[in-house]
Design a protein around this ligand. Sequence first.
Ligand code: ZN
Length: 409
Amino acid sequence: MKRILFGQLVTMAEEPDAPPLENGELIIDGEKIMAINSTPSEKFSGETIDLSDSLILPGFINAHCHLSLSGLKGKIPQGLPFVDWIRRVVKENSALPFTERAKALQEAARLLAQSGVTTLVDYLSHPELLTEYARLPFRQVLLYEVLGFKKNSADEITQQAEALLAEHAGHHGKIQLGLSAHAPYSVSPQLFKKLHDLTEKYDCPWSCHLAEVAEEAEFLKTGEGPLRDLLEERGVWETSWQPPGQSPVAYLSDMGRLDQMQGVHLNTIDEADIRLLVDGIAGAVFCPGATRWFGRGRYMPVRKLLDAGIPVGLGTDSLASNEDLNFLREIRLAAAMLPDVSRAEILWMATVGGAMATGIDGGEVVPGGRADLLAFKLKYPGPPKPWWEIVFEQLGAGPDRVMVGGELG
Ligand SMILES: [Zn+2]
């Protein structure tokens, strides 16, 4: 058992702009928070960590990333049409030896950890990378990324995904496994159904890049366009597939596939889509750095989603479409790009919003929850400030201390 004496504590379990608790203690046993006391106990026999000069916040959750693409940093030019960007990513990535990919993954993860990320939600591209992920210093939700547009490939792909889930089921260490259906233009309706069934059987989170670009909307409306060309070029076009003539969100909704899904990007959605999302998805992930990198003129209407009661988290996406994976920079970018979302709400998105959007626990300081915490120094003397201003002022330098699973770094 250990305890942390705190100056201020933001639990994120209440409204984002709720005032912090002051001058109390957090009792921690192993990886878990046992109690939050408003006054420190007089007698405590365990270790005491004195952070009474600091504001304590739950650790950040990076709700969308592809760490395995970290070797592509600086290799993909900006400004390419989306489908050319995909072609370039596939080409450059396949030219990288495994050892370089693994090394870049470790380097990128270090920056994530330094910037206060204590939970990473990542698309796992190859099961052989699991040993690399196992070395990372934070909790991970790894969503095995599945693609397959040909109808008759669904069985085999599903068997591979299930073998991975079955092997790691019940493994409740640092890594939790789930699935990601890459996108509506790369996953067949048959495969979507089978993946959905698996998420129910294994009670695991799942995710999808959804309504990301105009080309995706065009493909689902008409069956034509650059994405059709790409599928044909790669030899995975399915001749029996008929375009649904719907938006990406309506397409998945009609198939019953939004259920508890984490929806990533949602750049091209409209009011009708939002009404469908309210009844379906676990939540949405906004990727500020990647959105800016691609120069998207239209992007996720975060204010509308939050007002509709849809949790929104923040993600870095990968180094194939972002300058770096500094999560503090993502928070600053989110604030700049979402002028109608408050700083308290942005920090809510960076913590508990990311957990809710993924359908996992975390992002809050609550008894029974994981002791994943950040400490930011309270700079006295000076006039009292709202807690979010204290955090935003120190985003440049980052948190002073990071605790992952009860271990202070
Ligand atoms: Zn992505």
